[in-house]
Every structure is written in structure tokens, then in C-alpha cells.
Design a protein around this ligand. Structure first.
Ligand code: PGA
Length: 237
């Protein structure tokens, strides 16, 4: 694992450069998208670079990590809505080639893995990390062999995300998420962490044992992971 510690602004710029390099080498690359507060700086930088003509997504495709069950793409807290508003609507990607797991049709979640495989597999998967070590919505205890599946959200995750909803009661109880194995099949992975709340879990993920109790610790086993952290997220290392 490559670990890079810098300011939030600089890590967004460095992560964006990985996208520039990838898309230069492979214009039709398959990108793995993530939501949350953490990728916002990176997405803003990708939009800026796209408008400046330094990166093009016109032949790229994307598969997002996860979605809330019960929210369709028009709900302003759905992850489809998030991706459209923070990235896809502002870059030259063909929206028909952007995929987010359906939170409405959840009859066969693992069909998402087949779609990813049929498209050629994810080239660069972006990840945030939950305070409890989740990646996507793979909460502690999720088997490392898991494919895309439905999960019941932990109270800690619902608490962390309630800031976006009118009240905790409106935070969905379930989500559909790529599994740990789905994530690990990506050719390369970027994990980003920003802020002091992430410091304990970054220490556990990077310096603790590889365990299903800390889902992100599995990344220690992946051959091509770059971890970008700001100084606060890195303060316990
Ligand atoms: P955050 O969420 O970027 O909003 O901190 C990360 C996550 O829960 O995966």
C-alpha cells in the first residue's frame, strides 16, 4: 500500500492526477465511484480539470459502490442524485454509462457483479472509510468473500449519515453495496480519509490486523492501493 499524507487540498489534487494518468493511458477506463463528504474535493478537481481540457471522460464508464434501499435517483439523498450533482452533470461522461446499484429493484443484487465483469472490471475504485472501518456499506463482520448484497445499516452509520436527513427516522435502514470481494477485484484502488474523526480507524486499518471486524483492513492484501490522508486523519499513525 502506498500511503500519502498531505493537506486535504493537495490529496484531492494528487488523487485527481491518478485519474488523469489512467484516462490518458486508457480512455475507456471503468471507474468505481464513491459518495460521502470525502470525495467532494476530488470531484471538484476532476470537474475543473475536465473544463480545462486536461482530462476527458467521454469514453469512460463508472460503477458506484452503493445506494440506499428505497430511494430512487430523484431523491436528493440518493447516491445517484449525489453523483449526478457533484460529478456526472459537470463532466463529459456519457450518463448512460454511469451505473449506481438500484435501491428500488433489489431482487438480484449480485447481478451488479456480473455487469461489472461483463464491462471488463473496474480499473480504479475510489473509497471513503466509515468511522467503523466500513468500505461501501460493508459494515464490520461482512465476509471478505461477499459480492454485491443488501445490508442492514448499523446505528453508527445511520447516526453518521443523519445529518443529511430531516431526522434519524428518515435515514434508510438498508442499503445495497458492492461486496468486499467486488471492491477487491478492482485493478487499483484509492482510499481517501479526511479529518480527525477518521484518525483511530486509519490506524486500525493500516497498522492493525487484517480482520473482517475492520472491513478496510482487507486492503492490506490488495496489490495496488493508494491511501490519501490529510494530516488530521493521519495523526495517530
Ligand atoms: P464520509 O463517508 O466521506 O462522509 O466521511 C465515508 C464513508 O462512510 O464511507
Amino acid at each position: 500500500m502506498k500511503v500519502i499524507i498531505d493537506s486535504a487540498e493537495n490529496i484531492a489534487a494528487m488523487a485527481a492526477q491518478q485519474y488523469v494518468n489512467l484516462l490518458k493511458r486508457k480512455p475507456n477506463a471503468i471507474l468505481g465511484g464513491a459518495t460521502g463528504s470525502t470525495p467532494l474535493g476530488l470531484y471538484a478537481e476532476l470537474v475543473r480539470l475536465n473544463k480545462a481540457g486536461e482530462i476527458s471522460f467521454k469514453d469512460a464508464s463508472s460503477f458506484n459502490l452503493d445506494e440506499y434501499v428505497g430511494l430512487d435517483g430523484s431523491h436528493d439523498q440518493s447516491y445517484r442524485y449525489f453523483m449526478d450533482h457533484n460529478l456526472f452533470d459537470h463532466i463529459d461522461i456519457d450518463k448512460s454509462r454511469t451505473r449506481v446499484p438500484s435501491g428500488i429493484d433489489t431482487s438480484d443484487p449480485a447481478a451488479y457483479d456480473k455487469e461489472i465483469a461483463a464491462a471488463g472490471g473496474v480499473d480504479l475504485q475510489l473509497l471513503g472509510i466509515g468511522n467503523n472501518g466500513h468500505i461501501g456499506f460493508n459494515e464490520p463482520g461482512t465476509p471478505f468473500g461477499s459480492l454485491t448484497h443488501i445490508v442492514e445499516l448499523t446505528e453508527s452509520t445511520r447516526e453518521a449519515n443523519k445529518r443529511f436527513f430531516a431526522s434519524i427516522d428518515e435515514v434508510p435502514t438498508h442499503a445495497v453495496t458492492m461486496g468486499v470481494k467486488t471492491v477487491m477485484q478492482a485493478r487499483s484502488i484509492i482510499l481517501m480519509a479526511i479529518g480527525p474523526a477518521k484518525a483511530p480507524i486509519m490506524k486500525a486499518m493500516l497498522q492493525g490486523p487484517v480482520t473482517e471486524n475492520v472491513p478496510a483492513s482487507v486492503l492490506q492484501l490488495h496489490p495496488d492501493v493508494t491511501v490519501y490522508m490529510d494530516y488530521e486523519a493521519a495523526k495517530l499513525l
